[in-house]
Design a protein around this ligand. Structure first.
Ligand SMILES: [Zn+2]
Length: 92
């Protein structure tokens, strides 16, 4: 049976403008994730999902990370995250 190496360690997430063109998120080997805030709520959430997959499953290929981001991220966004953010914004 094939096992995928994974980490349960929580990353440190920094919201920061990323200088590299066309890059919206980074996941560093030392456990730091950077997310560029210049995205709409949904893309911000999907970028966060993407970088979290890299962080927790460091051996997964970029192609598979994108697949997981689309499948899990879209499903979570459509089912609950969208509603949670809308509810939270109403309270502000
Ligand atoms: Zn990636």
């Amino acid at each position: 049976m094939r096992h995928t190496r994974y980490s349960t360690k929580r990353p440190k997430i920094k919201i920061t403008e990323i200088k590299e063109p066309d890059v919206l998120g980074w996941c560093y080997a030392d456990g730091i994730i950077e997310i560029d805030p210049r995205q709409n709520d949904k893309n911000f959430f999907l970028t966060l999902c993407h970088e979290l997959i890299h962080h927790h499953f460091p051996d997964i290929s970029e192609k598979d990370v994108i697949k997981m981001e689309k499948i899990m991220g879209e499903e979570l966004w459509n089912r609950s995250v969208k509603k949670v953010i809308a509810k939270h914004k109403k309270r502000e």
